[in-house]
Ligand binder design. Sequence first.
Ligand code: NAG
Ligand code: NAG
Ligand code: NAG
Ligand code: NAG
Length: 886
Amino acid sequence: MDYESVRLGRNDKFRVDLHKFLQPYSYKTTNCVFSFNLLLVMMKCHIFQIVSVLFYVLFSIAQNVEFDLFDQDPLNQDQLANDYTVQAENSLLWGPYRSALYLGIRPRLPRSLLSGLMWFSMDDYRSIGSIRHFYEQNDNMAKANWVSYDPRYGGTQVIQDNDCHTNITIDFVKSKDGLSWAVKIKSEPHKGFEQSKISFVWYSGLEGEKEASIDDLGEIERTGILKLENQKNVLGYKGSVKLSGVSEELGAFQVEINDGPKTNRHPLGKSDLPLEFSPALAHHYSLRVPDDNVWQARDIFMTMLQESVQSLKGTTDSMEDIPPENLYIIRDLNDFEGNLHLVQKVYQGSCEFDVIYHNEKTPDTEKITSKNIHEKIEANHNLFDEKFSEYFELQYPYNGTQNDSGTANYKAFAKEILSGLLGGLTYMYGDHLVDRKTIFDEDTFESYELNGSPEGPHQLFTLVPSRPFFPRGFYWDEGFHLMPLKEYDSDLVLDIIKSWFNLIDSEGWIAREQILGPEARSRVPTQFQVQSPQIVNPPTLTLMLTMLLEHLSEERFGDVMKPIDIDRDNELSDVTDSTNTTKFGSYILKHPDVLFKYAEEVYPKLKLHFQMLRKTQQGHFEEFDRNYDNSEVFRWRGRTETHCLASGIDDYPRASPADVAELNVDLISWIGIMAKSLRLMAGILNKYDDVVYFQDIEEKISKNLDKVHWSKSEGIYCDVSVDEDDENVHVCHKGYVSLLPFVTKLIPKDDVDKLEKVLNIITDPEELWSPFGIRSLSKSDSNYKTGEDYWRSPVWINMNYLVLKGIEDYYYESRQFMSLALQKKFQVAYHDLRINVVDNVYRQWVKTGFVWEQYNDESGDAKGAKNFLGWTSTVLLMMKMPGNLE
Ligand SMILES: *[C@@H]1O[C@H](CO)[C@@H](O)[C@H](O)[C@H]1NC(C)=O
Ligand SMILES: *[C@@H]1O[C@H](CO)[C@@H](O)[C@H](O)[C@H]1NC(C)=O
Ligand SMILES: *[C@@H]1O[C@H](CO)[C@@H](O)[C@H](O)[C@H]1NC(C)=O
Ligand SMILES: *[C@@H]1O[C@H](CO)[C@@H](O)[C@H](O)[C@H]1NC(C)=O
């Protein structure tokens, strides 16, 4: 039996060449260091894993490849078109969800089709050593960010690669049904480099091909495959390279990597070499790799390239006779075919080509082609612009001096912030390392080396703080990430929140950092990979949820927080009006009944999480004869003398020496805001006992903030510890920690005396005020700018947003209790703070091409991780806030 044809689609016959899959695979993953010495190629490769297993692949037409879905009237269009939920879900199926890469596309499915892009300059022998794949902090890029992007539709990423001397534009589009997508890759060399040569490598690898069964002959039947569709030619391919595949989750699909328009040029290379070295052809290499290995495509490519170069050693006298555009071509030496396919292309000068993924479920009328892709790209830009303008009405920082080019730049900046934030949307799947054994020693407060065991696999749909530096999930960052999105796409926000809350374990714990699977792990130093259940993290997601619910309870529920019965069918048809896809994203907020179900689903987990936090972080009460009214006092566990990772603000100064008697004012505030959030949810869910329960905790926390944490002498909220005589003492390091009760709005609105004192510290240049925002630690503190100076002076934008919002909210809520002079103080602080922060982040972006993790409080200079979009994106909310309080 040579061929089997499998009926896969409405009218599609899918031909499978069994022979191609009936062969052994062998590959090595290596860490390669290429070093080039006098044009002589010397490669040192450290081979750490050799996989060489005999595997027989049989594509089965038996029950496991029974694509019922397609056999019936394929996806009953009428029914689905009306089903907003399916459409909305599908609109998020595909994306550049491997955000750690410059471009890495995958679906929101555990093991499926992973694709990615690599490129390198072919102008010299050395550039291969810095082939682009993972987005790295130190890559010499003038810019690398999405500048117009919405995950439901697609968008554009712009990369100005200084080393490769080219601007690369990557357009990503999707079919209307969300099931198919395409990418246009364009390279425009910089002035003076018009003739430069560049190589692109695209790869697609199918994971999760289940071994459905082993038949009598011991052959493994697979439920999915990905194969080359072109007639196999080891010398190379003219024009398009096509892959076709099928998997249980995706059904049947094709991936086409075309050669682009006629205007493209390929370098000539050396004329007397065999065709397999020709830069004019596309070159294809395939091999079988196990699950969780496709992400190593770069190492695999380098290994195969090395093999190719080494195989030349015997055949040619001097390697330097072969120019890079011939030498660095991956040759199909082994004639393997497996689940991973690499396609290499070489161009000279400006060029473009497309990669088109077409799913059979997408109707032909909606098919993306190299002819209509331009329209789609254009439509996406317009759609994004329209949607952006609808949700982000920017208030320019200088209402006096704006001009057209100034405001245009400012708007481009704002759009890039939103796009870059959304470009960090990531789907991760895999296990992570947890140490549930090591108990921290509370006598010495020493740091521990944790020993993790794998737990999972889990999946997470999340935004990331920084694609080049922190391309993974961070619990306390995530609450901030979602703030700018809450009106733009609240469905996405709730989707992400749910994904996070699904990770809350049976004890109520959730890991601070989510490093799921080997791809994510490869970006984290070993000592930071292991998570400990003793370390919690500020529950900012509940802060976010509170904002959403408060907004709802005002707008939708009136005074009574009860779901309103609405005519759902009418609303549904409104939302699914197919001519208006901009309506994706605000469904849940418009449908209190859906929100009700949502809240019902996440509430139990959240309550468990709250109870865990409250119990495990309980502060000592009786041990120190503390005569507080109640025991709602808390201490971060797991701190060392210098660091409190749990608090999120790692090196912020705390009581020294560390003592078990410590009580933390930031933690009590977080637990307070969480209680409030849960009270609101309990209200929506008609759980009145719980409303009373949480209200009681909120009140107790409010009392303790006043009685335990307020220092009369310092006029600010402080941590608490004990002195040598075990007497309570305030530990006051003025800075972000002191402001937590203010930014979580736990100061009673009529307590204007405290509000004024807090504002005085915020606005005092000798304390927290800087021309670039509120600094993390007071200039007057003895720890100011000491140690690693991470949270000991720099300006962080997320906290500045909360401070600005706090000033605004308290101004309106407490104005009636304030003197005119105090009102004025609030107005000035608000006006100036907003301009200082926005203006500096903007100017640093103009100067460096990026948005950053922190800003120097004295110079305004950008610091830390780059492309930190990330909570620095909260600057977008500040740009939207009014210039003045009225
Ligand atoms: C590359 O991008 C930069 C910034 O947008 C622009 O100034 C420059 O002209 C571009 N170069 C080319 C060749 O397109
Ligand atoms: C902006 O407008 C407000 C009121 O319209 C005014 O008070 C303020 O001085 C103006 N200029 C700046 C630079 O904020
Ligand atoms: C317009 O604003 C931009 C940015 O603030 C500034 O660089 C430029 O000089 C201004 N142009 C004029 C004509 O004022
Ligand atoms: C789509 O809906 C939005 C929000 O309701 C509205 O502002 C916009 O004008 C609509 N667009 C079209 C093309 O109907």
